[in-house]
Design a protein around this ligand. Sequence first.
Ligand code: AMP
Length: 401
Amino acid sequence: METILVVNTGSSSVKFTLFFSADLQVAASGLVERIGLEGTRLIYRRPGRETIQHLAVIADIGNAIANILPLLTDSRTGVIQSREEIRAIGHRVVHGGEFITQPALIDDRIKKIIQTCYDLAPLHNPPNMEGIMACEKGFPGIPQVAIFDTAFHATIPPQAYLYALPLPLCKELKIRKYGFHGTSHCYVSRKAAECIGRSPSELRLITCHLGNGCSITAVSGGRSVDTSMGFTPLEGTPMGTRCGDIDPAIIFYLMRQRGLDAEQLDILLNWESGLLGLAGTGSSDVRDIITAMQAGNQQAETALRVFTYRIKKYIGAYISALGGVDAVVFTAGIGENSPLIREWICEGLSELGIRLDIHRNQAMNGCLGEIQDTKSRVRLLIVPTNEEAEIAIQTRNLIRI
Ligand code: AMP
């Protein structure tokens, strides 16, 4: 049976999903985590069969990829007979810069572009590239496709992607809004249109990807026209550990007051801020912060109020950018699973046509479906995201299986 393998490589992990090409059902999936660290673990799942899990000595990404193929083809654990049944490999690549606006068959030119964007995504593009090189070695002759997180946002117009800095400087250093989570926004906006029963070309959507990282996107006619993350994933709403939008002058102030350098500021704003920094409960997980609030922790409540207020402001801004909105879509860990956060975001927006049905909001939690009140002019949807499936779809479309 023909399959498509989707690979998502991070700095110390490799996630993979094998899809049957015909119906995009999952054949197997898994993860190698803590690569190169103590306690490297391999987890391998097949629908309806027991999960295989074991500790392994896996020193690098190449080694991790080399451990995956035998599992897929082994007579006991396998789901395919041989590697020839893998028709293509789709790779998640975070940054394609201004150069890449589409899924791309990987060749020397594409690899060079991924490398050119190392400066723009130093934590992501290098391991993504390592995954590609390892798959080229482990799966010779199988077409490799790169699906870029930034690509869906390539349609954002200059009025939305330019920062008001001296233009020659921006051009020279490639400073502009790029946007991220593109694969997720692309998937959920299409699914939302399917769910509503209309063509994406007729719809104005606001998609809220609320996970550990958060981004809000304005989608008009199936195309991204603005998004909250920017030059890096630091811009936008507050997130688990990232601060989101702040007055840039706070950075000079911190440098002068505390003598912080670029490295320390990077850590402070990316890893010690957001919900973690505001709530002060020692966790960035919304579930923990809600539990703390329910136990009477006022600071935890304030953190969640800041979080939802700032998301609400983006929704208001994007209703203006789109000239109205047909549906607001909630996705990712928080967006799909937290009735409270959805409720607080939608609170007080009835003048804008947004009215949540409190009961549906609870009943539909975690599921694909509509959660607006019957009087709501704007539809409100939960759409579970599936970035792996979107990568498989785009890979399949590109190589025309
Ligand atoms: P993601 O990055 O999409 O995997 O989302 C991870 C985040 O989703 C976690 O850090 C939690 O904050 C949040 N999350 C997951 N499940 C729930 C839940 N049931 N209620 C509230 N937040 C949740």
